[in-house]
Write a protein that binds this ligand. Structure first.
Ligand SMILES: C[S@@+](CC[C@H](N)C(=O)[O-])C[C@H]1O[C@@H](n2cnc3c(N)ncnc32)[C@H](O)[C@@H]1O
Length: 555
């Protein structure tokens, strides 16, 4: 699981008639140039100062807030969001980006309110109230219903919570069984933005430090290229069987099977032939098998007391890989070091495309604990979710074993083109991408002529490959002819793909195993994306032909 990298500092200063807030794009952002251009296109600078008048009425407050949101959204865009632009007619890029932008502004206001004594703090307070209202509105739109299985008694899970609390953990969540997602964490009371849903002391976090204290370390440290992640994984393979382990209660809550893509059987793998998910699973498994073969049976032969062969089989290695892939989090500790960790209790938090918690990756040095604060409210009885990261469905199936509910904006189909063609793209703002991709066109804001619900960087790239003339999006014959050819090319590329996805109807889902069901779910999702692209292409071609016929009539 990955945590968001942006953070805020005190960017607010008091002016004679109110406040100035600085929203700054970091120059180490990997997409600095593209974001800078996007900001400039909207009339903003990379260091934009927004003035908040102390006497502002609600109209000007909202326009100030809209301006800040526009900038904050761009600052928080990731590669996929930047490539595709805004989603639907909402004006924002993804629910997660929107929440990050809103929370970023909130954190700027809050840090300023806490750190300074303002004479006219009511303007900042009004702005804070307005942004909190927006966060509430977004939460209402994003509510996902979860069915809780009340028959499931969370005995082991409650023992773990008790043990964690005895060791200083605090939680305002309880564990329940959620249909389709395994165990999850439910709010026991109404939680507000900024409330800490859970707090886990560093002392019960499982990290590489435990390996350093074990007898394994003296063997593992001598192996070239041995990473701390692999050491932790090997440690956990043995520790899960240790009856005297400090973490026995934690290991007892872990499932016998994780059911991720790494455990897919032959039938599911065969059903996926020709898909991106097939490639991802095969590559990941091959990588793990090579890694295992490099270590075993050699380690067990040389040190059978430290690496007992019965605990270090390929099946057990795969189980530990699935544990670490699906349950670990990258955490920054008080010493400034990033470690991949297993976190008892917090490991029950499921993923959502509309998460409540996005900022959780840093140990608070004051309390030496890891806090999980809410970025949007969570009502009592509602499942409280994390964001594991901006992952595609194929990544989530391979390493976590599920497809999230709802439209995943990160479900993209990459497209490879000849790199030589890319050099010609310098004249095209925002189009100098070296990789291209498509996604469900229902997510797109603009289905009109010259856009067609398809990503602009891709269309610009394909246009430039067909014509050396700069493309101006004017309704003239030359432009329309180029677009018709571009859409026809895309249509022929994707019609081949849809054929490969149409065999899913021959499976009986009722009797299929968990992995075949998941494979079919993935193919269904891919078919929906590809069908939407084909529909957009054919609708686009009709639009272009209509405009062409008008041009011809005028000639
Ligand atoms: C960190 S664990 C979360 C707790 C887990 N549900 C359990 O019962 O232990 C991650 C695993 O939870 C499941 N999971 C997380 N989010 C999910 C979601 N939105 N839908 C379905 N399953 C999910 C997946 O099996 C994933 O590998």
């Amino acid at each position: 699981m990955e945590e968001d990298k942006h953070s805020s500092c005190d960017n607010t200063s008091e002016t004679r008639d109110g406040y100035s807030i600085l929203l700054e794009l970091s120059d180490v952002d990997p997409f600095f140039d593209k974001k800078k251009r996007l900001l400039n296109d909207r009339g903003f600078d990379v260091k934009e100062i927004v003035h908040i008048k102390s006497s502002s009425d609600s109209g000007s407050l909202h326009s100030t807030l809209n301006k800040m949101l526009q900038i904050a959204r761009i600052i928080h865009l990731d590669e996929v969001e930047l490539y595709f632009g805004p989603v639907g007619g909402l004006g924002f890029y993804s629910p997660k980006n929107e929440m990050e932008a809103q929370n970023f502004i909130l954190s700027l206001i809050k840090s300023s309110l806490y750190s300074q004594v303002h004479m006219q703090a009511h303007a900042l307070q009004d702005l804070r109230d307005a942004i909190i209202n927006r966060i509430h509105e977004l939460g209402t739109e994003d509510k996902v219903e979860n069915k809780i299985d009340i028959k499931y008694k969370c005995h082991k899970e409650n023992c773990l919570i008790q043990w964690a609390e005895d060791n200083g953990a605090k939680t305002r969540l309880q564990i329940a069984y959620i249909e389709g997602a395994g165990r999850g964490a439910i709010a026991t009371e109404d939680l507000e933005v900024g409330d800490v849903a859970m707090e886990i002391p560093s002392s019960i976090i499982i990290s590489e430090d435990l390996v350093y204290k074990s007898d394994m370390y003296q063997v593992l440290e001598k192996i070239d290229g041995m990473s701390s992640e692999t050491m932790s994984l090997l440690w956990s393979m043995k520790e899960r069987h240790n009856c005297h382990s400090q973490f026995k209660i934690y290991f007892d809550t872990l499932p016998e099977n994780f059911n991720t893509g790494l455990s897919f059987g032959v039938e599911a793998i065969m059903a996926l032939d020709g898909t991106l998910l097939f490639e991802e699973i095969m590559q990941a498994k091959e990588h793990l098998r090579v890694q295992y073969d490099e270590l075993f049976p050699a380690l067990s032969n040389d040190h059978p007391d430290i690496f007992p062969p019965e605990l270090y089989t390929w099946e057990q290695f795969l189980w530990a890989c699935e544990l670490w892939y699906s349950n670990s989090m990258k955490i920054m500790f008080a010493d400034g070091k990033l470690r991949t960790c297993l976190i008892p209790v917090a490991g029950f938090l499921n993923h959502s495309l509309h998460p409540h918690i996005v900022h959780y990756g840093k140990v608070d040095p004051a309390t030496n604990s890891l806090k999980f604060p809410l970025s949007r409210p969570c009502s009592a009885g509602e499942q409280c979710c994390l964001s594991y990261g901006n992952f595609s469905g194929s990544h989530l199936i391979t390493f976590y074993g599920f497809l999230p509910q709802g439209d995943n904006p990160y479900d993209v189909i990459p497209l490879d083109f000849d790199v030589k063609q890319v050099d010609t793209m310098e004249d095209f703002p925002l189009s100098n991408w070296t990789t291209h991709m498509v996604r469900g066109t229902w997510l797109s804001e603009n289905q009109n002529i010259f856009y067609y619900g398809l990503p602009s960087p891709l269309l610009d790239f394909l246009r430039s490959a067909r014509s050396r003339m700069p493309f101006t999006k004017t309704l003239i014959k030359a432009n329309l002819e180029v677009d018709k050819e571009v859409l026809e090319d895309l249509q022929s590329t994707f019609s081949g793909m849809v054929e490969n996805l149409s065999d899913i109807d021959s499976f009986d889902r009722g009797i299929s195993s968990w992995d075949v069901k998941l494979a079919l779910e993935f193919k269904e999702m891919q078919r929906r994306i590809v069908s939407s692209i084909l529909t957009s292409c054919s609708t686009g071609i009709k639009l272009v032909e209509y405009e062409l016929s008008k041009c011809k009539a005028e000639e």
